[in-house]
Design a protein around this ligand. Structure first.
Ligand code: FEO
Length: 391
């Protein structure tokens, strides 16, 4: 995309990465992504807000082709998809200062070896005048790292939010045109990088709601010219109250665990609970992460491989433990051939989940009538527990 005008003297100068399919060597990106950088030319000073992933620095420099001077590079967040091209910008504009939070400065020095003398450190609430435009820096830790901050452009009522409210979408439309598409992409992103910090993020939402915001310009995905919907979505995702949803990540090697999972899905749905199974052999873990944002109960389904859980299940359990969803209950179902320690081993892998563990159901070989009765009891227990927490 070419340089895009947002408002008078405010421009999108980033890069669209149509073909990127994986982030942090972990997160699937089915819709690509963008690295949004913004140029603000005030009557006296010029600021660049964030940069782009270094793999696409050429796009940024093409967009900055006619820009003779940059006074400030605002670094909201030190992760390299936004900061990685800062050293190149500093080389091209030798008078530019990097504006960062105190922790941001430390991280940029660690990750990019930027010289100490190039920094202008801003505390929470500090302002910076560009002449006829004023930038206010608001510290918003943990969206996504502890050093993150956002910038409010007072005169134009624009919040530049970096990862906060962002979505991994590559699009030629600068502004959101399809809220449901953006909702899913933004929820996937929230789940994978911010869910563990939701109580702090709730405070950050309150903090930014103190400002009149006409537009949110994140550093990934499209710009929100009607930002209420994404703010409301974030309020929902960060609340402590789960939804009447059971998520069942599982693996089945020869069909026994799959039979149990399918049985549970039918039992729970007949009781009015939404049940969502994910066969980990084929699932996109981003979809699983999205559902973990809301789930009240997690049932992990595993066969036994050499006495322990299936390695794919181990991976999912570690992921869930890292993402720390708000689920209140968890249990394990599965099968074994001659012996198993799968339950104990999985239980030991999820210490971060503040859940009540419900009685697991493990069967030998194919499930027998007694195993189905145990699943009935488990389903009844889940229904009861959900009711107890108001679902
Ligand atoms: Fe888009 Fe946390 O970087």
């Amino acid at each position: 995309m070419n340089i895009r005008k947002i408002k008078e003297n405010i421009f999108w100068v980033g890069a669209v990465d149509w073909n990127r399919r994986l982030f942090d060597s972990l997160i699937p990106l089915p819709d690509g992504t963008s690295y949004n950088a913004y140029l603000i030319t005030g009557s006296e000073k010029t600021a660049l807000i964030d940069t782009v992933d270094p793999s696409m620095a050429d796009r940024l420099f093409t967009h900055l082709g006619g820009v003779k001077n940059i006074d400030y590079v605002i670094s909201h967040h030190s992760e390299q998809d936004h900061s990685g091209s800062i050293p190149l910008v500093l080389d091209k504009y030798p008078n530019a200062k990097v504006v960062a939070s105190p922790k941001g400065k430390e991280f940029l020095i660690n990750h990019l070896h930027i010289s100490e003398h190039r920094f202008l450190v801003v505390e929470d609430g500090h302002t910076l005048s560009l002449g006829d435009k004023t930038l206010k820096f608001i510290h918003t830790p943990w969206v996504h790292w502890p050093e993150t901050m956002v910038t409010y452009l007072k005169q134009d009522r624009i919040l530049f939010s970096c990862d906060f409210f962002g979505s991994h979408i590559a699009a030629s439309d600068l502004y959101v045109t399809d809220e449901s598409r953006v909702y899913e992409a933004a929820k996937r992103y929230f789940a994978e990088i911010m869910m563990p910090f939701r109580s702090i993020i709730r405070k950050n939402i309150e903090k930014i709601k103190a400002y009149e915001i006409d537009m949110i310009a994140p550093s990934h995905g499209q710009v929100y010219d009607q930002p209420e919907f994404i703010i409301k979505a974030y309020e929902d995702w960060t609340s402590d109250q789960p939804k009447n949803l059971v998520v069942i990540p599982y693996i089945s090697m020869h069909g026994s665990t799959a039979k149990m999972v399918n049985y549970m899905v039918e039992k729970l749905s007949a009781s009015g609970i939404t049940a969502q199974p994910f066969d980990l052999a084929v699932t996109d873990i981003g979809k699983l992460a999205i559902e973990l944002v809301d789930a009240a109960t997690i049932i992990i389904g595993t066969p036994t491989v050499h006495v322990g859980p299936h390695p794919n299940v181990v991976y999912a359990a570690c992921l869930a433990n890292a993402l720390r969803p708000k689920a209140k209950f968890a249990t394990i179902i599965g099968s074994y051939g001659w012996g198993t320690k799968a339950v104990e081993q999985i239980a030991a892998m999820i210490p971060n989940l503040k859940v009540e563990i419900l009685p697991p159901v493990i069967c030998k070989g194919l499930p027998l009538p007694g195993d189905y009765q145990a699943l009935d009891q488990l389903a009844d227990a889940i229904v009861k527990k959900h009711k107890e927490i108001g679902l």
